[in-house]
Design a protein around this ligand. Structure first.
Ligand SMILES: NC(=O)C1=CN([C@@H]2O[C@H](COP(=O)(O)OP(=O)(O)OC[C@H]3O[C@@H](n4cnc5c(N)ncnc54)[C@H](O)[C@@H]3O)[C@@H](O)[C@H]2O)C=CC1
Ligand SMILES: Nc1nc(O)c(N)c(N[C@@H]2O[C@H](COP(=O)(O)O)[C@@H](O)[C@H]2O)n1
Length: 271
């Protein structure tokens, strides 16, 4: 087996041994996953270039996870800072008709700050154009799905929403008290409206924090620890204290090394 096949096999085992019951749950199966440094940071200081923490082997694992999940969720902070693609371009079948798929991007974007020139939208437009105009080789392209965005009722620009909807982006309004959307509601809509069976949550810090503080909705936590210190930056759980009792610990823990990185896998529990 090559490295990609080995990682796919490992993930298969994790998901097959999960006792998650999709039919009984109001939510999709949730995997929280991110990469951190030895000193617990997921990136440099805000508004600095994206920080590569994962080595090539663990990045391949991230792309295998993306391939395994119907959807990938990030907060708008990550989109604005990193301008990510959230695709599976490191997998061998990508854009050559192989048996891989890109996940459905899902963005938590309270005030609809989604930039009209971001890679997620540009890649989708380019894919759609290729398919509609049957441009040479279009049959082999791995499908790109338009992002699903969650916004807060009354807090976003309706004209911008219209522009995005015209591109095929789905915008979902949720009632919201502060700046944070209710993630239970978001997950419920992903399951009931979009038939999303499983979702990986990639971050950033505020989103990781929200999920960990509601850890009963998470089935799997997969953390990559890269062998570097950076001294200062954005902590995995963001800024500000959190009451220890509101955070889970892990059970059924496994760890392994991929290249130079350590991967920690477990199921969160509050008991
Ligand atoms: N190393 C890694 O694996 C990853 C690192 N990152 C890093 O994380 C940083 C961005 O993190 P943050 O600034 O914390 O932004 P974020 O990506 O967590 O987005 C936060 C924003 O999402 C919106 N939001 C709506 N509902 C929310 C909810 N229920 N919970 C949390 N946010 C909600 C709010 O507008 C909030 O300001 C970037 O520097 C990026 O590079 C991001 C993903 C993975
Ligand atoms: N697994 C992982 N390792 C790192 O070192 C990272 N910095 C990240 N970041 C996440 O990946 C997104 C970038 O995705 P694309 O390469 O553009 O597809 C970034 O926005 C973070 O969500 N992940």
């Amino acid at each position: 087996m090559n490295q990609e096949e080995k990682i796919k096999y490992l993930l298969e085992e994790i998901y097959n041994n999960s006792n998650f019951n999709f039919d009984k749950s109001p939510y999709p199966e949730v995997t929280l996953t991110y990469a951190q440094t030895l000193d617990g940071f997921i990136s440099g200081m805000p508004n600095t270039p994206p920080l590569l923490i994962s080595g090539k082997e663990s990045m391949l694992m991230t792309h295998c996870l993306r391939n395994k999940n119907d959807a990938i969720m990030i907060g708008i902070g990550t989109l604005l800072n990193d301008n990510p693609q959230l695709n599976v371009r490191q997998l061998s079948g990508f854009n050559n008709g192989g048996d891989v798929r890109n996940p459905q991007p899902v963005i938590l974007d309270t005030k609809l700050r989604f930039p009209l020139n971001c890679k997620l939208l540009n890649n989708y437009k380019e894919y759609k154009l290729n398919v509609e105009q049957k441009i040479n080789g279009y049959e082999k392209l791995t499908e790109i799905k338009p992002p699903i965005i969650f916004v807060a009722e009354g807090l976003y620009d309706l004209k911008k929403a219209k522009i995005l909807k015209d591109y095929g982006i789905k915008i979902n309004e949720i009632k919201c008290n502060g700046s944070q959307l209710d993630i239970s509601k978001v997950l419920e809509i992903l399951k009931s409206t979009y038939n999303i069976r499983n979702v990986m949550v990639e971050g950033g810090a505020q989103v990781i924090r929200s999920f960990l503080m509601n850890s009963q909705i998470i089935q799997h936590i997969i953390i990559t620890i890269g062998p570097l210190y950076i001294g200062n930056g954005v902590k995995a759980l963001g800024f500000g204290d959190i009451e220890k009792n509101s955070l889970p610990h892990l059970e059924h823990v496994q760890s392994l090394t991929l290249g130079q990185d350590i991967i920690v896998i477990g199921k969160p529990t509050m008991s």
